[in-house]
Design a protein around this ligand. Structure first.
Ligand SMILES: Cc1cc2nc3c(=O)[nH]c(=O)nc-3n(C[C@H](O)[C@H](O)[C@H](O)COP(=O)(O)OP(=O)(O)OC[C@H]3O[C@@H](n4cnc5c(N)ncnc54)[C@H](O)[C@@H]3O)c2cc1C
Length: 370
C-alpha cells in the first residue's frame, strides 16, 4: 500500500518538497496531500533575488546552504522547464559608493567563486556601465556584476511546482489545518491519518506545534514591496537586478514592471496591511535611482510574513520526539534561495529514511525547538 504523506504549507519549502516527492525515485510509492491557506505567504510576496555569494554574514552553515540552494534552484529551473517569467538568470549588480569597499567586494567575489562556479562571470562596473545595463536608471552607482545571479517570481514558481506534482502524486487542499497533541492532522473533515507530515508553515509553525507542548524559536517579520510600471522600458526582461548600498533593491521584471523592495518590520508581526509609511519609504528608494517615478506608477503593493530565528538561520529536519513529523522554518530574508534545497532534503529523507547529517547546513534542531 502507498505511504500517505501530508505537507502543511504551500510556500517555497512545501511546494519544493511536493515537487521532489513527485520526481525523486521512489516518490511514486507515496500519496501526498498539501494543505495551504496562503494567508501572509512570504513566497508569493517576495522580491525574488537569488544572489547569496557576496553576503557578509559570518554564519558558514547559512552560506553553504544559500550557495547550494542557489545551485539547486538553477538545476530545478532547468529540470522543471521553468520559463524566464518564472526564473531568469539576468545577473545581479551589488553596488558600493566607496572605492575601497567596491574593491574589497570584488576581491571577495573572486575568492567566493573558487568554491561557487555557478556565480559565473564577475565584472567590476563603473556608474556608466551599470547605467548601460539598466538604461531606465537616471542615477546609478558603481558595482560588481555577477552573471549567475537571478530573479524569481515566487508565486509563479510554487504554482508551477505544484502543477507538475499534481500530475503525479499530489492533491492540493486550500484550507487551514491544525495538529492535535499527538501531531495528527485535523482538517475541516476531522482527523486524518498520515504516515509522515512535513510542516512547512513559515512563522505559523509555532501555533501548529503548540498542542504538542513544543516551543519554536521563530518570530514573524512583516515585509512590504512595491510593483511599479516603467512604460518607457517594456522590454527590460534581460536587465540585471540592482542591490544598492543602503537602499532597497531594484528588480526589473520584464513587460515594463519594476519591483522595489523590501521593508523589514519586526513590529508588524503578522499584520498584512499596506502602510503609507512603508510605501513612501520604498518610493523614496526608487526615486533615488529613477527620477520620473511617482505614486502614479504604482501597480500594486505586496505584503508577506517572514520567519526569523534568534540567530537568523533556518532549521529543518525530523523531530526526535515525534519521528513522523518533519519541520522547516526560519528561512528569513533569503528563503527563495534556500527553500528549494531544504524541500529536496526533506523529500529525500522522507522517501529514503535515515537521519542524514546536515551539520554543514544548520545547527541541531534542538537549538530552535524545545
Ligand atoms: C517582502 C519579502 C521579500 C523577500 N525577498 C526575498 C528575496 O529577494 N530573495 C529570497 O531568497 N527570499 C526573499 N524573501 C524571503 C522568502 O520569501 C521566505 O523566506 C520564503 O518564501 C519562506 O518560505 P516558506 O515556505 O518557509 O514559508 P511561506 O512562503 O510563508 O509559506 C508558508 C505557507 O504555509 C501556510 N500555512 C501556515 N500555517 C498553515 C496551516 N495551519 N494550514 C495550512 N496552511 C498553513 C501559509 O499560508 C503559507 O502559504 C522575501 C520575503 C518577503 C516577505
Amino acid at each position: 500500500m502507498n505511504k500517505k504523506v501530508a505537507i502543511i504549507g504551500g510556500g517555497i519549502v512545501g511546494a519544493s518538497a511536493a515537487y521532489y516527492l513527485s520526481t525523486l525515485p521512489g516518490g511514486d510509492q507515496i500519496n501526498v496531500t498539501l494543505y495551504d491557506d496562503g494567508v501572509g505567504q512570504a513566497t508569493s510576496a517576495a522580491a525574488g533575488i537569488i544572489s547569496p555569494w557576496l553576503s557578509k554574514r559570518r554564519n558558514q552553515q547559512w552560506y553553504q546552504l544559500a550557495k547550494d540552494g542557489a545551485t539547486t534552484l538553477m538545476t530545478l529551473a532547468r529540470r522543471a522547464n521553468l520559463s524566464t517569467d518564472v526564473y531568469h538568470q539576468t545577473g545581479t549588480i551589488v553596488t558600493r559608493t566607496n572605492e575601497k569597499d567596491l574593491h574589497d567586494l570584488y576581491v571577495l567575489a573572486q575568492e567566493r567563486r573558487e568554491d561557487a562556479p555557478d556565480m559565473g562571470e564577475i565584472k567590476q562596473l563603473d556608474e556608466q556601465q551599470v547605467k548601460q545595463r539598466m538604461p531606465f536608471l537616471t542615477r546609478s552607482q558603481p558595482g560588481i556584476f555577477i552573471s549567475g545571479g537571478a530573479r524569481v517570481d515566487g508565486a509563479a514558481l510554487v504554482e508551477k511546482l505544484l502543477a507538475q506534482a499534481q500530475q503525479v502524486n499530489l492533491i492540493v487542499k486550500r484550507e487551514r489545518v491544525k495538529l492535535d497533541d499527538h501531531g495528527k492532522v485535523i482538517t475541516s473533515m476531522g482527523p486524518q491519518r498520515f504516515d509522515q507530515v512535513i510542516i512547512a508553515a513559515g512563522p505559523w509553525i509555532n501555533e501548529l506545534l503548540k498542542p504538542m507542548g513544543i516551543n519554536v524559536d521563530v518570530r514573524p517579520q512583516k515585509g512590504q514591496l512595491l510593483e511599479l510600471s516603467i512604460p518607457d522600458f517594456p522590454n527590460q526582461e534581460n536587465m540585471p537586478v540592482m542591490m544598492p548600498e543602503g537602499e532597497r533593491d531594484i528588480i526589473p521584471f520584464g513587460q515594463g514592471k519594476l519591483i522595489v523592495g523590501a521593508t523589514h518590520d519586526d513590529e508588524g508581526q503578522f499584520d498584512l496591511s499596506i502602510t503609507p509609511e512603508a510605501t513612501q519609504d520604498l518610493m523614496t528608494s526608487a526615486q533615488a535611482f529613477v527620477d520620473s517615478l511617482s505614486a502614479d506608477n504604482i501597480i500594486r503593493s505586496k505584503v508577506g510574513t517572514r520567519a526569523y530565528t534568534s540567530d537568523f538561520a533556518p532549521f529543518f529536519g525530523r523531530l526526535q520526539s515525534h519521528p513522523h513529523l518533519l519541520v522547516a522554518s526560519g528561512l528569513g530574508a533569503s528563503g527563495l534561495t534556500t527553500g528549494p534545497l531544504i524541500g529536496r532534503l526533506l523529500a529525500g529523507t522522507l522517501i529514503y529514511g535515515g537521519t542524514p547529517d546536515w551539520s554543514n547546513y544548520e545547527k541541531p534542531l534542538s537549538t530552535y525547538l524545545s
